[in-house]
Design a binder for this molecule. Structure first.
Ligand SMILES: Nc1nc2c(ncn2[C@@H]2O[C@H](COP(=O)(O)OP(=O)(O)OP(=O)(O)O)[C@@H](O)[C@H]2O)c(=O)[nH]1
Ligand SMILES: [Mg+2]
Length: 378
């Protein structure tokens, strides 16, 4: 089990998932009074999503963390309209949410090449219209990285999430028999014979109270927000963090994980979810797995073991429940197939949903209604 001093000694690592930077649009140029010229506009500051950078590279490359657009040119005798100042483009990682210092969201950049204007340059001065040049907008903005993945691995420490990821993909995450081995999210890709790829995010283990910032979990729960579906990974023999904490059976583990997600953001429970019950190679695993299936079939009957404040208000309906052994590789190919089925089913539902919405909008539009009624009248 876990040795606390060992935990304290372990470093959080180099990974950073948020950064505050100062952005400032360029000032507008001056208009030349004598000939009624107009100053150039100050350069804007943009954020552009790129797969080539991460927040650490930005922090290392720009230790000052200040970004400004160039000032607009003054008008001159040769050029009555001053040159516009060059825009500043900051390359940021894909999957960034940008907020101002008050926590108000400015925007999100989800795909490589997505752009967001974060500080507008000032306008140029014009003597004729009595226009003073203005300064550019300036503000502190916060960049928050949220992984975008098809699946997020949700589980208590030591459940075997990283072991499973290493079997599902070519990723080589750190694996060890102590809690919180994974300290930063890691992405792996499952490659299918038809070249389709699904991404799986290995997240640090959650513990009870993660939503209150206990353990490592809270910091990473936000990543779960952006994963399309959840893959719960549990140890068939249950979980105990240390001899000072309760032992939880595998069924209780699922309840407690559900509760943590619910307390953090209950919308997370609406995501499609699958369950991998790991370590099936260990003795007595089959009996424990069978008992779990019975408990999940009638959860209310088996919830008495938990105090009422540890019971989530909703039960997750898992689309697939699979016994696996990340250690031996058993059940992994079935899991890979189920993950694909689940994503394909969801895509199909989205297509049907979009088609249904389109149909409804056609039927309610004046054109749609008119067409319907006139074609029916003899
Ligand atoms: N017997 C057995 N042991 C396993 C299996 N999968 C993982 N383990 C062991 O369980 C321990 C924890 O595995 P990890 O993959 O690091 O677990 P994790 O869920 O990523 O843990 P954290 O990163 O701490 O949250 C390691 O000692 C693994 O070798 C399995 O299927 N069977
Ligand atoms: Mg791990």
């Amino acid at each position: 089990m876990v040795c606390c001093s060992r935990l304290l000694l372990r470093k959080y690592g180099n990974f950073i998932d948020n950064l505050r930077v100062f952005v400032k649009g360029g000032a507008g140029g001056m208009g030349l009074p004598r000939l009624g010229g107009q100053g150039g506009k100050g350069g804007d500051v943009w954020m552009v999503a790129s797969k080539e950078v991460n927040l650490k590279t930005i922090k290392d490359k720009f230790p000052h963390k200040r970004f400004s657009g160039a000032a607009g040119g003054n008008s001159s005798v040769r050029s009555l309209k001053g040159m516009s100042g060059a825009a500043c483009e900051i390359e940021v990682p894909v999957g960034i949410a940008i907020t101002n210092d008050n926590g108000v969201k400015i925007g999100e950049l989800d795909k490589a090449g997505d752009r967001l204007l974060v500080a507008r340059g000032g306008h140029g001065g014009s003597f004729r219209s009595n226009f003073e040049p203005s300064k550019g907008q300036n503000k502190m903005v916060r960049l928050d990285l949220k992984l975008i993945a098809d699946f997020g691995l949700v589980g208590f420490p030591n459940a075997g999430k990283s072991s499973l990821l290493s079997k599902l993909s070519h990723a080589k995450p750190q694996i060890a028999d102590y809690a919180f081995t994974t300290v930063k999210p890691e992405l792996g890709k499952i490659r299918y014979p038809d070249f389709k790829q699904l991404s799986v995010a290995d997240l640090p283990g959650l513990i009870e109270g993660a939503h209150e910032n206990k353990g490592m979990g809270h910091k990473f729960l936000k990543h779960v927000e952006r994963t399309k579906q959840l893959l719960f990974v549990v140890d068939v023999h249950g979980f105990q963090l240390s001899n000072k904490t309760f032992y939880r059976t595998v069924f209780e583990t699922i309840q407690l994980l559900t509760l943590e997600l619910e307390l953090y953001k209950k919308e997370l429970l609406s995501k499609p979810a699958l369950l991998a019950v790991n370590k099936m190679d260990l003795p007595d695993a089959d009996n424990k797995f069978q008992a779990l299936l019975d408990q999940l079939a009638d959860p209310q009957k088996h919830l008495q073991s938990l105090s009422s404040d540890l019971i989530p208000s909703h039960q997750i309906e898992f689309r697939h429940i699979l016994p696996v052994s990340a250690h031996m590789g058993t059940g992994v190919s079935q899991l890979i197939a189920c993950l694909r089925t689940s994503i394909d089913e969801e895509a199909e539902l989205e297509i049907q949903d979009a088609a249904q919405k389109k149909l409804e909008s056609l039927q309610t539009s004046p054109f749609g209604t008119k067409k319907n009624t006139s074609s029916l009248s003899p």
